[in-house]
Design a binder for this molecule. Structure first.
Ligand code: ZN
Length: 90
């Protein structure tokens, strides 16, 4: 998997509902609500989100299988809806 379970700033594996790992959140001052993120981080997150979306489409089309990633399976079952960053955007 490329983006679904990865920190958007480094290769660290994280839960699918997070965008950055704990280390990057502290290092880049992103340890706060998405609405308070700096513009560059919001843009990066938007790019990362698009990557995740296309990966989910590959799952849906059968190109990738859930066995490749337990995290993606959890994502597909709606965990993304509980993403606090998503809620903050609306
Ligand atoms: Zn990171």
């Amino acid at each position: 998997m490329e983006a679904l379970c990865r920190c958007m700033l480094c290769p660290t594996h994280i839960a699918a509902r997070f965008w950055v790992c704990e280390k990057c959140a502290k290092a880049y001052d992103l340890d706060k609500p998405f609405a308070d993120w700096p513009a560059w981080a919001k843009q990066l997150k938007a790019d990362h989100q698009a990557m995740r979306r296309s990966e989910r489409q590959r799952f849906d089309s059968g190109e990738l299988t859930f066995s490749d990633s337990p995290e993606a399976e959890r994502l597909a079952y709606g965990e993304v809806n509980s993403d606090p960053f998503h809620n903050g955007e609306r």
